[in-house]
Ligand binder design. Structure first.
Ligand code: GAL
Length: 683
């Protein structure tokens, strides 16, 4: 593990990270409004038994707090907060703006969101609001202000939870109000109509605009809508929700200074929000993660989500705001977690930088849409396995209090970009098999299996801390990003770029001079033609690897050919190249390699980067180190069905057991070793 922990990300103007909590946060969404008051006492008693120290309250309670316009009822929430405070449980208090009350939709029908096809989405579920609606803005500001004034200095208040998963259900609204807001946003971005016409390439299909008022949302149209317009609409929609967040955050900061503000992300589940932009605006990065229950080895996607969340938090602490103790209720088949799985999931998030583990939700709901969703306190009550595991997790997290604030030590940087993801998957691409998430996940999986820890980074970031940077299909590459990647290589970095990268700029306009435009010189090659493969077609490379989906006619211009195509449309041409530039090297894979074939390539790249993967560790054993500069903790998660033993010395953080030579990790278990300072376990 090579990268020194970066300096703590401190922003002097924003509140510190959860100043009112010590140790690791533990708890979940708490919805007392769904239960009679006599249940609340039981809740709080059981929360204490489980070691809960933080609960998120009021997320969907707008209708209970403001039963009719301008009439507020806070007495019940006063009692809830008092009860929690009396029990020493801190509160993550929500602004309930994710679901306006029924009276609001009735009074302001034009605040309802409209789909691309023009369907007005009704109330009756949740999140039925247009982010650009002035009536919504006013009402959301009003309830936020009320809450801030009433509870801003409440001793239980540890954190504000603004809204809930912005953009989750309605990623964009296509109503006339949104169209007008889009036009204002476009004026700010492009300045003049000429500049917009140029940026969007409106000469194609005669789309030239003569007046701003002619510009609409990219609503359903007979054919593919202008891709630059669609891309800008995604940026605009992400910004529109961000504007909603900022409005509430600023009220909270003004009326309750010192209390940090968050809004829960869904980093790997929500394609529609550019979380790089959002992360800079929240005081605490928090994330909701739900396992894809039926996916094999789904713990790898969990690790990826945790690493991405930590990266959004600039390496600092973050909060797992929601996950599940067992099954959810919204997947096709809601598979229950197996014994030990919930603890393993939770501690993996902690291993990867989470300083808090919360669930949806505290008590299983008796009614409503989510009654078959698991909870900390399940329908089967405290006699259940889930409850016993919840209590155990509470004890484990309490034993981890000194880990709080330490930082994950990463080996490799992986570039991640929401804008490029959006652009790559618009219509009219050379192949329907191009899939951004597939490429990122495929690379991540191989790095995970090599026991290397990943930080994600935006393409323009300073990447010099990493000996290796992987760039999966960065179709949209700005000149700034290309220059930064070039600096990285020239200064000694090793870069691996995968196919269909560097093709267009921020307006989805092809970089001039041939592909991969922005990266041509860095990679030392030109791509004369994209050669997508037929469904199921495979090509063979001269090291015996098979590849699919994509090939390219690559012409080296300084790069050496490392692997060639043996057959297929690019037969005899370069498939994988390496370009030495300055003190580093830039590798390029022009076809889709997976599994062992991708590994074979990666192991050559690791060697160039001077990275030593850990092939001696058992395949399904996950190893991550957190360090505070003095102490370090090695988290070992055994996903294998057999017990394993690692050569390690230190003291187990959870049991206090001393390990002088070997650390036994039973099948399915997690062990956390406080390493001896002079003898770090794994190099
Ligand atoms: C989340 C949401 C929660 C709850 C949960 C169920 O996306 O924020 O309110 O619905 O899903 O898994």
């Amino acid at each position: 593990m090579t990268t020194a922990p970066p300096a703590a990300a401190t922003r002097p103007d924003t509140p510190a990270w959860l100043p009112r909590l010590t140790g690791i946060a533990y708890g979940g969404d708490y919805n007392p409004e769904q239960w009679p008051e006599d249940v609340w006492r039981d809740d709080v008693r059981l929360m204490r038994e489980a070691g809960v120290n933080l609960v998120s309250v009021g997320i969907f309670s707008w209708a209970m707090l403001e039963p009719s316009e301008g009439r507020f009822e806070f007495a019940w929430l006063d009692r809830v907060l008092e009860l929690l405070h009396g029990a020493g449980i801190a509160v993550d208090l929500a602004t309930p703006t994710a679901n306006p009350p029924p009276w609001f939709a009735r009074r302001h029908p034009d605040s309802l969101p409209v789909t691309r096809e023009g369907t007005v989405l009704g109330p009756g579920s949740r999140e039925a609001f247009c982010p650009c609606s002035p009536a919504y803005a006013e009402a959301a500001a009003r309830i936020t202000e009320q809450l801030a004034r009433r509870y801003g200095d409440h001793p239980a208040l540890a954190l504000w939870h603004v809204n809930n998963e912005y953009g989750a259900h309605v990623p964009a609204c296509y109503c006339p109000t949104s169209a007008a807001a889009f036009r204002r946003w476009l004026r700010a971005r492009h300045g003049t109509l000429d500049a917009l016409n140029q940026a969007w390439g409106t000469a194609v299909w005669g789309q030239r605009f003569g007046d701003w008022e002619e510009i609409e949302t990219p609503r359903a149209s007979p054919m593919a809508v202008n891709p630059a317009q669609q891309l800008d609409y995604r940026r605009f929609s992400s910004d529109a929700f961000l504007e909603c967040f900022r409005r509430e955050r600023d009220i909270l900061h003004r009326l309750a200074p010192g209390v940090p503000v968050t809004s829960n992300f869904m980093v790997t589940n929500c394609k529609d929000v550019d979380y790089w932009r959002w992360a800079a605006e929240v005081d605490v990065v928090s994330n909701d993660h739900y396992l894809r229950a039926e996916q094999p080895d789904n713990h790898i996607e969990l690790a990826m989500s945790a690493d991405l969340t930590r990266s959004l938090a600039r390496g600092g602490p973050w909060l797992l705001m929601e996950h599940s103790t067992s099954a959810v209720n919204w997947q096709p088949r809601n598979i229950a977690k197996r014994p030990g799985e919930m603890g393993r999931n939770s501690l993996t998030h902690v291993a990867r930088g989470a300083d808090g583990v919360l669930f949806f939700q505290w008590r299983a709901a008796a009614s409503g849409a989510e009654k078959f969703h698991s909870a900390m306190l399940p329908h089967s009550g405290t006699g259940s396995r889930v409850w016993r595991e919840v209590e155990q997790l509470g004890r484990d997290l309490a034993a981890l209090r000194e880990v709080r604030g330490s930082r994950v030590v990463a080996d490799v940087g992986v570039v991640w970009d929401w804008e490029s993801w959006w652009a790559l998957e618009l219509e009219g691409r050379p192949s329907c098999d191009l899939d951004y998430m597939e490429r990122v996940a495929a690379c991540y999986e191989r790095l995970w299996r090599a026991h290397l820890t990943v930080d994600f980074a935006r393409p323009e970031a300073d990447l010099r801390a990493y000996p290796l940077v992987v760039v999966p299909s960065l179709y949209l590459t700005t000149r700034t990003a290309a220059a930064s990647l070039r600096d990285y290589v020239e200064e000694g970095g090793t870069l691996l770029v995968s196919y269909f990268s560097g093709v267009v700029d921020a307006n989805d306009t092809v970089h001039p001079g041939g592909h991969p435009g922005a990266l041509r010189e860095l990679l030392g090659l030109a791509v004369e033609e994209f050669l997508p493969l037929r469904e199921g077609e495979q090509v063979q490379l001269d090291d015996g690897s098979r590849a699919d989906v994509w090939a390219e006619q690559v012409e080296p211009r300084g790069a050496e050919t490392v692997l060639r195509y043996l057959d297929g449309p690019a037969a005899a041409g370069p498939a994988v190249t390496r370009h030495r530039l300055g003190r580093g090297q830039a590798w390029y894979a022009s076809t889709r390699l997976r599994d062992e074939a991708l590994d074979r390539l990666l192991y050559r790249v690791y060697a160039d980067a001077g990275l030593v993967p850990r092939p001696s560790l058992p395949a399904g054993v996950e190893v991550v180190r957190r360090s505070d500069g003095e102490a370090s903790w090695l988290f070992v998660v055994n996903h294998e069905e057999q017990d394993v033993e690692l050569a390690a010395t230190g003291t187990e953080q959870l049991s206090g057991a001393r390990r002088d030579a070997a650390l036994p990790v039973p099948a399915g278990a997690v062990r956390i070793l406080r390493e001896d300072p002079t003898q770090p376990t794994l190099k």
